[in-house]
Design a protein around this ligand. Sequence first.
Ligand SMILES: Nc1ncnc2c1ncn2[C@@H]1O[C@H](COP(=O)(O)OP(=O)(O)OP(=O)(O)O)[C@@H](O)[C@H]1O
Ligand SMILES: [Mg+2]
Length: 449
Amino acid sequence: MILIVDDDAAIRSSLTFLLKRAGFEPLAVSMPKEAIEVVRNQTPQLILMDMNYSLTTTGDEGLLLLREVKIFVPQVPVILMTAWGTISLAVQGMKAGAFDFVIKPWDNIVLLNTIKTALDLSSTMPLDPVISENKTLKSGNPAFAKIIGRNRAMTEILETVERVAPTNASVLITGESGTGKELIAEAIHLASLRSDRPFVKVNLGGISQSLFESEMFGHKKGAFTDAYSDRIGRFVMADHGTIFLDEIGDLDLGSQVKLLRVLQDRTFEVLGESTSRKVDVRVICATNRDLQEMVAEKSFREDLYYRINLIPIHLPALRERREDIPLLAEHFVREASGSNQVISEDALQWLKSLPFSGNVRELKNLVERTLIISDKNVPDKEDFQKQYSSMNTSSAIPLNGSTLEDIERQKVVEVIEKYKGNISRAASELGISRAALYRRMEKYDIHES
Ligand SMILES: Nc1ncnc2c1ncn2[C@@H]1O[C@H](COP(=O)(O)OP(=O)(O)OP(=O)(O)O)[C@@H](O)[C@H]1O
Ligand SMILES: [Mg+2]
């Protein structure tokens, strides 16, 4: 039995009709308290519930109902229905353990697919978040051991991570290059109920449009000219785990459509296979671009944006949280030296004053390299300053007769050589995103090694 809860009679009857025709056994009620009566006495396979009830003044009956349902029948998947204007309710609902949400007016096919997926996956779904909450959380979670930061913004971020980790809600992490987006994505995975399953990272900035499908969904040998053998797609690798889609803002519009479809239906086709596959993956995306602005410019799909941005996490630049600089610097010293080696007070004060356009990554590089060159037990301000200026003065590039492009190309080559092909580091030194670096490497035909 599928329980439908909606105060609108027209919606109840059209959903009842739709579900019956699809072979389900619907039971529709109009009020949260009737719904509770039902789940007290029997266990539905799934609950499809409206979030907005206009009866009382509080407006959060949907959320209260969801919480109560999760107490009586925690294993039953709940799909929320919400209107465009109240998408924040869906966000709260996902945090409270809903399986998914659909936006009214819904598309029948999308809704039926969501229901089927929820039913398919509910048998293999991890423990219910509400139950497991006390177990995994709030106990000095080891997932956070590597994350340093005691200022207000970071504390709030870690609280959000704790709260959303055990749910299936998609998370969008934004912030400048080097602010720790990947670190936070990993922490969400580690603090989730999927932590013993794969964490699959995909850099969308590095995938060309033509390879997107085969990379993400896989292909069979012979599916196209260059398909010499079978390839396992990233979504298959990530099944039951988490997929981390880095540089999501670099995805072209064509690939955005393909991605949206998997995120909505959790269904896709392997190239060269005739049947479609279903996967259970948690999606975390990251970007250093302004997706909202891209939506306004129509270079990023609005529907995809809402799909991935259920829980937004923004990492402030390091210069906006300078009080963390000493903590981070000491952490990196301990990490690199394996001891409790300290940094002199004047060095810490000086570090706090730097602009750090490359954020935490730049600080980490600076500390690691200063430790290598310093011959003192406790590296002092002069050591840091020497290393800092050597990192920030570019070696002489002859300017005469060079075009701007020549200079750019030369600089890119130089930095890639310096970091032995480590693109993240090279990009951070150049002060651009990795995707932007990849674009320049493609433009100038430069290879990683
Ligand atoms: N709060 C933090 N505590 C400890 N280490 C951190 C913190 N934030 C970032 N780091 C370290 O800084 C480096 C850069 O972080 P990360 O790769 O997560 O950045 P990013 O935001 O993904 O950058 P990009 O946009 O360039 O990919 C990593 O080595 C990471 O471990
Ligand atoms: Mg990153």
